[in-house]
Design a protein around this ligand. Sequence first.
Ligand code: 6R9
Length: 644
Amino acid sequence: MTQTIHAAPHDAVAQVDKAEYDARYAASVADPESYWREGGRCIDWSRPYTEVKDTSFDEADFRIRWFADGQTNVSVNCLDRHLETRGDQTAIIWEGDEPGETRKVTYRELHSQVCCFANVLKSKGVKKGDRVTLYLPMVPEAAAAMLACTRIGAIHSIVFGGFSPDSLANRLVDCDSRLVITADEGCRGGKRIPLKANVDKALDHAPGVDTVIVIRRSGADVPMVEGRDFWLHDLLADASPDCPAEPMDAEDPLFILYTSGSTGKPKGVLHTTGGYLVWAHTTFRDVFDYRDGEVFWCTADIGWVTGHSYVVYGPLSNGATTVMFDGVPNYPDHGRFWETIDRLGVNIFYTAPTAIRALMREGDSWVTKSSRKSLRILGSVGEPINPEAWDWYHRVVGDRRCPIVDTWWQTETGGILISPLPYATDLKPGSATKPLPGVQPMIVDAEGKELEGATEGNLCITDSWPGQMRTVWGDHDRFFQTYFTTYPGKYFTGDGVRRDADGYYWITGRVDDVINVSGHRMGTAEVESALVAHPKVAEAAVVGMPHDIKGQGIYAYVTLNAGDEPTDDLRAELRQWVRKEIGPVATPDALQFAPGLPKTRSGKIMRRILRKIAENDTSNLGDTSTLADPSVVDTLVAERIRPA
Ligand code: 6R9
């Protein structure tokens, strides 16, 4: 039986208690229009909206528009509106790779930096609607760059600094960026990441980029191309701190963020201005129960959506103090998180199960030598958290004092959709608990029939919420096809889910060809196309397999061209190849040479079987009689490799 941890009221009065949650949820479902007419006022609008919700998931009149006649500006909401009340409060605490390498930026300072940066962008010809790509470490200038884009209405596209030059080039070309903002090098875990050198390589394949702005981080001597590359500090020296904010329509694009799907090419998820900000703002406020003056630390990189919504936009629009961490959990040692929490006085800490599992393995003493007395709330995001890791996080890290918010959401959803509210929701380890107000989940079977009560199936959301993505950049049809055709009239999340008798949701993981490696989404098709791009590879099939720390690992089956020999050297070369093609997160954990792949007579690869073999669950492979050549399965089972 799962244990339930009852919501205990905080000594200060809970901002949202059980009764308030129930009332809000009921109101949001009964009359979304009225609920959000009020709810949208949490941000400042330069032109108030009169329209609120204009949405339909049906093909005939498909549209998603929120607050459409309102105007606002994200940088004004994150900066200008705090100047009078908290101009001298710290907006960002930067914690570098080395412990104690710290910098604090106040709201007033950040405002002035952002205005200068925005003027720099303008001086380089960036206009409203232009795309600007950021390929950066976790430095305050990265947040300033994001906000500078929003100030002038440019659309930012952040590419995670761990992606390869090729991945960067594809994303630059897809959204037609003209300008890239990067740094000389990143510094992570005592190692250097050659960001500027990677940009130089990427630009060989992205001819549309004519300007590169470089932030000094490591101080490395990097080659600069005359007329194309500029140091940020040089440009800022001449920039004015006066930059009026561009009034943006609620539905004007805010940012693009590429994410893996079940097909080969990453999708440019597009979020717009008003609805996204309302969602990031309210979910940050309510899920983390944020109180004035508290220090909030989300460990995600801004290259992922969690960094967008809960390092930058959610915290800053609420006037919070947010930590930007430019390091890793195990450098210089396994106590880094906890030592930093004590030193910075962190009250709310938000991280990923993969980090929790990795640290749990190192033993309690790394944790218990810190006090962690400042901590009030713990959060988890990115993948299902197993009850053992949940319990350790609660018991050892939180001393049983701190509620854990297990927050389920996606790049596509803009912010958290299913999560407990601290002090309002009873917790069950491993469950993301209940939908937030405005979120209407539905569980369906494979045919799309609604399943009621305690059940298990596929997770859909039946009505729109303000933070929902609006389109796939450059391919609106792909947006509709990907999310709204599997179960017509509903948004399909791609996740499996169980609902218990108390109405609690337990996310079971992806049911499509997306795998979740250390909380990072990887399309199996993306890894497959990287593999087949190698001259010796004829065919490849990639599936997920259970992994103790990463949650899921990548298992690749590779068929070589006739005449090419399977050797350990080639295996190492292919793993390295994928790493170079996509980035370290995509490196296969196991790579098995397969003389043939199990296919149906119509030529479809039977992934179900490949998954079972990867999971080492070969006693029950199901019906293999429909295969064109059932004997290939025996060979694969016999030659299954044990991942390192
Ligand atoms: C925010 C983020 C989205 C996928 C999602 C799901 C998994 C995220 C989760 C979770 C179980 C949670 N996921 N949070 N699964 N419990 N609390 O991670 O966005 O990178 O787009 O990934 O991550 O499978 O569909 P993104």
